[in-house]
Ligand binder design. Structure first.
Ligand SMILES: NC(=O)c1ccc[n+]([C@@H]2O[C@H](COP(=O)([O-])OP(=O)(O)OC[C@H]3O[C@@H](n4cnc5c(N)ncnc54)[C@H](OP(=O)(O)O)[C@@H]3O)[C@@H](O)[C@H]2O)c1
Length: 330
Protein backbone atom coordinates (compact mmCIF):
# COMPACT_ATOMS: atom_id res chain seq x y z
CA UNK A 1 0.00 0.00 0.00
CA UNK A 2 1.31 3.46 -0.94
CA UNK A 3 0.20 6.62 0.85
CA UNK A 4 0.26 10.21 -0.41
CA UNK A 5 3.71 11.80 -0.52
CA UNK A 6 2.31 15.09 0.79
CA UNK A 7 0.51 13.47 3.74
CA UNK A 8 2.38 15.50 6.35
CA UNK A 9 1.81 18.86 4.70
CA UNK A 10 -1.80 19.37 5.77
CA UNK A 11 -1.68 18.43 9.43
CA UNK A 12 -0.56 20.55 12.37
CA UNK A 13 1.67 18.93 14.99
CA UNK A 14 2.09 19.95 18.60
CA UNK A 15 4.82 18.86 20.97
CA UNK A 16 3.53 16.53 23.65
CA UNK A 17 4.51 18.42 26.80
CA UNK A 18 8.29 18.55 27.22
CA UNK A 19 8.84 15.24 25.40
CA UNK A 20 10.59 14.64 22.10
CA UNK A 21 7.36 13.63 20.41
CA UNK A 22 5.04 15.77 18.33
CA UNK A 23 1.49 14.56 17.85
CA UNK A 24 -1.00 15.56 15.16
CA UNK A 25 -3.62 17.92 16.61
CA UNK A 26 -6.25 15.47 15.33
CA UNK A 27 -5.79 11.85 16.46
CA UNK A 28 -7.99 8.85 15.75
CA UNK A 29 -9.60 6.79 18.50
CA UNK A 30 -10.78 3.22 17.92
CA UNK A 31 -13.17 2.78 20.84
CA UNK A 32 -16.24 2.52 18.59
CA UNK A 33 -16.50 1.73 14.84
CA UNK A 34 -13.56 -0.72 14.60
CA UNK A 35 -15.01 -3.80 16.27
CA UNK A 36 -16.32 -7.07 14.87
CA UNK A 37 -19.81 -5.54 14.66
CA UNK A 38 -18.53 -2.82 12.31
CA UNK A 39 -17.92 -2.75 8.56
CA UNK A 40 -14.33 -3.67 7.72
CA UNK A 41 -14.40 -1.85 4.38
CA UNK A 42 -15.36 1.40 6.11
CA UNK A 43 -12.94 1.23 9.01
CA UNK A 44 -10.08 0.18 6.78
CA UNK A 45 -10.74 3.19 4.57
CA UNK A 46 -10.99 5.43 7.64
CA UNK A 47 -7.52 4.29 8.71
CA UNK A 48 -6.15 4.97 5.21
CA UNK A 49 -7.78 8.43 5.19
CA UNK A 50 -6.26 9.20 8.56
CA UNK A 51 -2.73 8.28 7.52
CA UNK A 52 -3.04 10.01 4.15
CA UNK A 53 -3.84 13.21 6.02
CA UNK A 54 -1.04 13.10 8.56
CA UNK A 55 -3.04 11.49 11.38
CA UNK A 56 -0.38 9.13 12.65
CA UNK A 57 -1.62 8.68 16.20
CA UNK A 58 -4.02 5.77 16.78
CA UNK A 59 -5.54 5.27 20.19
CA UNK A 60 -6.66 1.84 21.39
CA UNK A 61 -7.31 -0.01 24.64
CA UNK A 62 -7.66 -3.64 25.68
CA UNK A 63 -11.46 -3.33 25.88
CA UNK A 64 -12.18 -1.36 22.67
CA UNK A 65 -14.57 -2.70 20.08
CA UNK A 66 -17.61 -4.89 20.35
CA UNK A 67 -16.75 -7.50 21.55
CA UNK A 68 -13.92 -6.13 23.76
CA UNK A 69 -10.52 -6.74 22.20
CA UNK A 70 -11.84 -6.82 18.65
CA UNK A 71 -10.68 -3.25 17.84
CA UNK A 72 -7.08 -4.24 18.60
CA UNK A 73 -7.42 -7.44 16.53
CA UNK A 74 -8.94 -5.57 13.58
CA UNK A 75 -6.45 -2.71 13.81
CA UNK A 76 -3.63 -5.28 13.87
CA UNK A 77 -4.98 -6.95 10.73
CA UNK A 78 -5.15 -3.67 8.78
CA UNK A 79 -1.79 -2.61 10.16
CA UNK A 80 -0.03 -5.71 8.89
CA UNK A 81 -1.86 -5.69 5.57
CA UNK A 82 -1.61 -1.99 4.67
CA UNK A 83 0.84 -0.24 6.98
CA UNK A 84 3.63 -2.81 7.13
CA UNK A 85 6.26 -0.34 5.95
CA UNK A 86 4.99 2.55 8.07
CA UNK A 87 5.22 1.33 11.68
CA UNK A 88 8.00 3.78 12.48
CA UNK A 89 5.80 6.69 11.36
CA UNK A 90 3.01 5.73 13.75
CA UNK A 91 2.19 6.33 17.40
CA UNK A 92 0.03 3.45 18.60
CA UNK A 93 -1.34 3.55 22.10
CA UNK A 94 -3.16 1.05 24.27
CA UNK A 95 -4.51 1.00 27.81
CA UNK A 96 -5.64 -1.21 30.63
CA UNK A 97 -7.78 -0.29 33.60
CA UNK A 98 -11.32 -1.49 32.88
CA UNK A 99 -12.85 -4.97 33.11
CA UNK A 100 -11.33 -7.40 30.63
CA UNK A 101 -11.56 -10.92 32.04
CA UNK A 102 -13.17 -12.67 35.04
CA UNK A 103 -11.56 -13.08 38.42
CA UNK A 104 -9.61 -10.64 40.58
CA UNK A 105 -6.84 -9.97 38.01
CA UNK A 106 -8.88 -8.86 34.99
CA UNK A 107 -9.59 -5.25 35.96
CA UNK A 108 -8.24 -2.07 37.63
CA UNK A 109 -4.52 -1.47 38.34
CA UNK A 110 -2.52 -4.38 39.78
CA UNK A 111 0.84 -5.36 38.33
CA UNK A 112 -0.60 -8.79 37.50
CA UNK A 113 -3.43 -7.24 35.45
CA UNK A 114 -1.42 -4.56 33.64
CA UNK A 115 1.43 -6.87 32.59
CA UNK A 116 -0.92 -9.62 31.37
CA UNK A 117 -3.22 -7.15 29.65
CA UNK A 118 -0.44 -5.46 27.70
CA UNK A 119 0.88 -8.87 26.63
CA UNK A 120 -2.63 -9.69 25.37
CA UNK A 121 -2.91 -6.33 23.54
CA UNK A 122 0.46 -6.87 21.85
CA UNK A 123 -0.71 -10.36 20.85
CA UNK A 124 -3.97 -9.03 19.38
CA UNK A 125 -2.20 -6.32 17.38
CA UNK A 126 0.78 -8.57 16.62
CA UNK A 127 3.20 -5.90 17.77
CA UNK A 128 6.45 -6.07 19.76
CA UNK A 129 5.74 -2.80 21.50
CA UNK A 130 3.21 0.03 21.75
CA UNK A 131 4.33 3.62 21.65
CA UNK A 132 2.19 4.67 24.60
CA UNK A 133 0.71 2.53 27.37
CA UNK A 134 -1.82 4.11 29.72
CA UNK A 135 -3.32 3.22 33.02
CA UNK A 136 -6.93 3.77 31.95
CA UNK A 137 -8.48 4.94 35.26
CA UNK A 138 -7.43 5.34 38.89
CA UNK A 139 -7.82 2.24 41.07
CA UNK A 140 -8.98 3.04 44.62
CA UNK A 141 -7.70 -0.27 46.00
CA UNK A 142 -4.28 -0.90 44.44
CA UNK A 143 -1.46 1.23 45.88
CA UNK A 144 -0.50 3.86 43.32
CA UNK A 145 3.14 2.82 43.91
CA UNK A 146 2.36 -0.63 42.46
CA UNK A 147 0.58 0.74 39.37
CA UNK A 148 3.26 3.33 38.60
CA UNK A 149 6.12 0.87 39.22
CA UNK A 150 4.42 -1.42 36.67
CA UNK A 151 4.30 1.37 34.06
CA UNK A 152 8.03 1.91 34.67
CA UNK A 153 8.71 -1.84 34.38
CA UNK A 154 6.82 -2.08 31.09
CA UNK A 155 8.98 0.68 29.58
CA UNK A 156 12.16 -0.98 30.86
CA UNK A 157 11.02 -4.27 29.29
CA UNK A 158 10.65 -2.46 25.95
CA UNK A 159 6.94 -3.22 25.68
CA UNK A 160 6.06 0.49 25.62
CA UNK A 161 8.14 3.53 24.73
CA UNK A 162 6.13 6.02 26.82
CA UNK A 163 3.51 5.83 29.53
CA UNK A 164 0.47 7.86 30.41
CA UNK A 165 -2.51 8.08 32.71
CA UNK A 166 -6.15 8.59 31.85
CA UNK A 167 -9.12 9.87 33.84
CA UNK A 168 -6.91 10.73 36.83
CA UNK A 169 -8.19 13.77 38.80
CA UNK A 170 -5.59 16.49 39.48
CA UNK A 171 -4.60 15.41 43.01
CA UNK A 172 -3.98 11.78 42.09
CA UNK A 173 -2.39 12.78 38.80
CA UNK A 174 0.10 14.97 40.70
CA UNK A 175 1.13 12.05 42.94
CA UNK A 176 1.39 9.65 39.98
CA UNK A 177 3.46 12.18 38.00
CA UNK A 178 5.92 12.55 40.91
CA UNK A 179 6.21 8.79 41.38
CA UNK A 180 6.96 8.25 37.68
CA UNK A 181 9.50 11.07 37.76
CA UNK A 182 11.27 9.42 40.71
CA UNK A 183 11.28 6.06 38.91
CA UNK A 184 12.95 7.65 35.86
CA UNK A 185 10.05 7.06 33.48
CA UNK A 186 8.37 10.46 33.17
CA UNK A 187 4.65 10.63 32.58
CA UNK A 188 4.33 11.42 28.86
CA UNK A 189 0.66 12.22 28.56
CA UNK A 190 -2.70 12.46 30.32
CA UNK A 191 -5.90 11.47 28.51
CA UNK A 192 -8.98 13.19 29.97
CA UNK A 193 -12.48 13.68 28.58
CA UNK A 194 -12.86 17.29 27.40
CA UNK A 195 -15.44 19.01 25.28
CA UNK A 196 -17.72 22.05 25.40
CA UNK A 197 -20.14 19.81 27.32
CA UNK A 198 -17.62 18.42 29.82
CA UNK A 199 -15.12 20.91 31.16
CA UNK A 200 -13.83 19.26 34.35
CA UNK A 201 -10.20 19.59 33.20
CA UNK A 202 -10.48 23.35 33.56
CA UNK A 203 -10.69 22.85 37.35
CA UNK A 204 -6.96 22.29 37.91
CA UNK A 205 -5.87 19.40 35.68
CA UNK A 206 -4.73 21.52 32.72
CA UNK A 207 -2.85 23.86 35.09
CA UNK A 208 -1.04 20.87 36.58
CA UNK A 209 -0.15 19.40 33.17
CA UNK A 210 1.00 22.80 31.88
CA UNK A 211 3.20 23.32 34.96
CA UNK A 212 4.70 19.81 34.77
CA UNK A 213 5.25 19.93 30.99
CA UNK A 214 3.03 16.92 30.32
CA UNK A 215 0.97 16.60 27.17
CA UNK A 216 -2.73 15.93 27.05
CA UNK A 217 -5.00 14.33 24.51
CA UNK A 218 -8.69 15.13 24.92
CA UNK A 219 -11.12 12.27 24.40
CA UNK A 220 -14.75 12.52 23.22
CA UNK A 221 -14.23 16.13 22.06
CA UNK A 222 -17.52 15.87 20.14
CA UNK A 223 -19.34 14.47 23.19
CA UNK A 224 -19.72 11.21 21.23
CA UNK A 225 -21.45 12.98 18.34
CA UNK A 226 -23.72 15.30 20.33
CA UNK A 227 -21.56 18.27 19.31
CA UNK A 228 -22.30 17.78 15.61
CA UNK A 229 -25.39 18.42 13.51
CA UNK A 230 -26.26 14.69 13.69
CA UNK A 231 -29.01 14.81 16.33
CA UNK A 232 -30.73 18.07 15.35
CA UNK A 233 -33.69 16.25 13.84
CA UNK A 234 -33.98 13.16 16.00
CA UNK A 235 -31.82 10.07 16.28
CA UNK A 236 -30.66 8.89 12.85
CA UNK A 237 -30.36 5.21 11.96
CA UNK A 238 -26.81 3.92 12.35
CA UNK A 239 -25.82 6.70 14.74
CA UNK A 240 -24.05 5.76 17.97
CA UNK A 241 -27.16 6.63 20.01
CA UNK A 242 -29.25 4.25 17.89
CA UNK A 243 -26.94 1.25 18.34
CA UNK A 244 -27.41 -1.32 21.07
CA UNK A 245 -23.67 -1.42 21.72
CA UNK A 246 -23.23 2.37 21.50
CA UNK A 247 -22.07 4.08 24.68
CA UNK A 248 -24.13 7.22 23.95
CA UNK A 249 -27.58 6.65 25.38
CA UNK A 250 -30.76 8.06 23.82
CA UNK A 251 -31.61 9.60 27.22
CA UNK A 252 -28.58 11.90 26.91
CA UNK A 253 -30.14 13.61 23.89
CA UNK A 254 -32.62 15.77 25.78
CA UNK A 255 -34.65 18.60 24.15
CA UNK A 256 -32.57 21.08 26.21
CA UNK A 257 -29.31 19.64 24.82
CA UNK A 258 -30.67 19.76 21.27
CA UNK A 259 -31.66 23.43 21.79
CA UNK A 260 -28.12 24.24 22.91
CA UNK A 261 -26.66 22.33 19.96
CA UNK A 262 -28.89 24.26 17.56
CA UNK A 263 -27.54 27.56 18.91
CA UNK A 264 -23.95 26.33 18.71
CA UNK A 265 -24.60 25.12 15.18
CA UNK A 266 -25.64 28.66 14.19
CA UNK A 267 -22.45 30.12 15.67
CA UNK A 268 -20.39 27.53 13.79
CA UNK A 269 -22.11 28.45 10.52
CA UNK A 270 -21.22 32.10 11.12
CA UNK A 271 -17.56 30.99 11.33
CA UNK A 272 -17.97 28.98 8.10
CA UNK A 273 -17.40 25.79 10.05
CA UNK A 274 -19.43 22.68 10.73
CA UNK A 275 -20.35 22.31 14.40
CA UNK A 276 -17.92 19.37 14.64
CA UNK A 277 -15.13 21.61 13.33
CA UNK A 278 -15.95 24.42 15.75
CA UNK A 279 -16.18 22.00 18.70
CA UNK A 280 -12.71 20.59 17.92
CA UNK A 281 -11.23 24.05 17.36
CA UNK A 282 -12.70 25.15 20.70
CA UNK A 283 -10.83 22.36 22.55
CA UNK A 284 -7.62 22.99 20.60
CA UNK A 285 -7.62 26.74 21.36
CA UNK A 286 -5.82 25.85 24.61
CA UNK A 287 -2.26 24.99 23.60
CA UNK A 288 -1.90 22.74 26.65
CA UNK A 289 -4.11 20.33 24.71
CA UNK A 290 -1.69 18.46 22.45
CA UNK A 291 -4.36 16.71 20.40
CA UNK A 292 -8.06 15.90 20.19
CA UNK A 293 -8.99 12.25 19.95
CA UNK A 294 -11.91 11.91 17.58
CA UNK A 295 -13.96 8.86 16.81
CA UNK A 296 -15.14 8.50 13.22
CA UNK A 297 -17.67 6.09 11.78
CA UNK A 298 -16.67 7.04 8.22
CA UNK A 299 -13.73 8.57 6.32
CA UNK A 300 -15.97 11.60 5.55
CA UNK A 301 -16.34 12.38 9.26
CA UNK A 302 -12.59 12.35 9.66
CA UNK A 303 -12.11 14.67 6.68
CA UNK A 304 -14.67 17.02 8.23
CA UNK A 305 -12.73 16.98 11.51
CA UNK A 306 -9.42 17.70 9.79
CA UNK A 307 -10.82 20.90 8.28
CA UNK A 308 -11.16 22.32 11.80
CA UNK A 309 -7.46 23.22 11.66
CA UNK A 310 -8.18 25.80 8.95
CA UNK A 311 -9.62 28.02 11.68
CA UNK A 312 -8.52 27.46 15.27
CA UNK A 313 -8.81 31.14 16.16
CA UNK A 314 -11.73 32.53 18.18
CA UNK A 315 -12.63 36.18 18.56
CA UNK A 316 -13.37 37.17 22.16
CA UNK A 317 -16.97 37.83 21.13
CA UNK A 318 -17.37 34.32 19.75
CA UNK A 319 -16.00 32.80 22.95
CA UNK A 320 -18.43 34.85 25.01
CA UNK A 321 -21.36 33.79 22.82
CA UNK A 322 -20.36 30.11 23.24
CA UNK A 323 -19.98 30.61 26.97
CA UNK A 324 -23.50 32.03 27.21
CA UNK A 325 -24.97 29.03 25.41
CA UNK A 326 -23.03 26.57 27.56
CA UNK A 327 -24.05 28.29 30.81
CA UNK A 328 -27.72 27.94 29.82
CA UNK A 329 -27.29 24.17 29.92
CA UNK A 330 -25.82 24.01 33.43
N1 LIG B 1 -9.51 7.24 28.08
C1 LIG B 1 -10.79 6.99 28.14
O1 LIG B 1 -11.36 6.65 29.18
C2 LIG B 1 -11.60 7.14 26.88
C3 LIG B 1 -13.01 7.10 26.93
C4 LIG B 1 -13.70 7.29 25.74
C5 LIG B 1 -13.00 7.52 24.56
N2 LIG B 1 -11.65 7.51 24.55
C6 LIG B 1 -10.87 7.69 23.30
O2 LIG B 1 -11.36 8.82 22.59
C7 LIG B 1 -11.74 8.42 21.27
C8 LIG B 1 -12.85 9.27 20.77
O3 LIG B 1 -14.00 9.14 21.59
P1 LIG B 1 -15.41 9.30 20.95
O4 LIG B 1 -15.58 8.32 19.87
O5 LIG B 1 -16.40 9.38 22.06
O6 LIG B 1 -15.20 10.76 20.29
P2 LIG B 1 -16.11 11.85 19.63
O7 LIG B 1 -15.26 12.39 18.53
O8 LIG B 1 -16.61 12.76 20.68
O9 LIG B 1 -17.36 11.08 19.02
C9 LIG B 1 -17.25 10.30 17.87
C10 LIG B 1 -18.59 10.13 17.20
O10 LIG B 1 -19.06 11.40 16.80
C11 LIG B 1 -19.68 11.30 15.53
N3 LIG B 1 -18.93 12.15 14.57
C12 LIG B 1 -17.60 12.29 14.46
N4 LIG B 1 -17.28 13.17 13.52
C13 LIG B 1 -18.44 13.63 13.02
C14 LIG B 1 -18.76 14.56 12.03
N5 LIG B 1 -17.80 15.21 11.37
N6 LIG B 1 -20.07 14.79 11.75
C15 LIG B 1 -21.03 14.13 12.42
N7 LIG B 1 -20.77 13.21 13.39
C16 LIG B 1 -19.49 12.97 13.68
C17 LIG B 1 -19.65 9.85 15.12
O11 LIG B 1 -20.87 9.30 15.56
P3 LIG B 1 -21.66 8.14 14.77
O12 LIG B 1 -20.94 6.89 15.14
O13 LIG B 1 -23.02 8.25 15.34
O14 LIG B 1 -21.57 8.44 13.30
C18 LIG B 1 -18.50 9.30 15.93
O15 LIG B 1 -18.61 7.93 16.18
C19 LIG B 1 -12.10 6.94 21.44
O16 LIG B 1 -12.09 6.23 20.22
C20 LIG B 1 -10.99 6.50 22.36
O17 LIG B 1 -9.79 6.32 21.64
C21 LIG B 1 -10.94 7.35 25.69
Amino acid sequence: MKFKDNRYSKMLYRRCGKSGIQLPVISLGLWHNFGDVDDEKIYRKTLHTAFDNGIIHFDLANNYGTPPGSAECNFGKVLHKDFRHYRDEMIISSKAGYYMWPGPFGDWGSKKYLVSSLDQSLGRMKLDYVDVFYHHRPDPNTPLEETMATLDLIVRQGKALYVGISNYPPQEAAIAINMLKALGTPCFIHQPRYSMFDRWVEGGLLDLLGKEGIGSVAFSPLAQGLLTDKYLKGIPKNSRASKKHGFLKKEAITPEKVEQVKKLNKLAAARNQSLAQMALAWVLKDVRITSVLVGASSPEQLLDAIKSIDNLHFEQQELMAIEEILIQGE
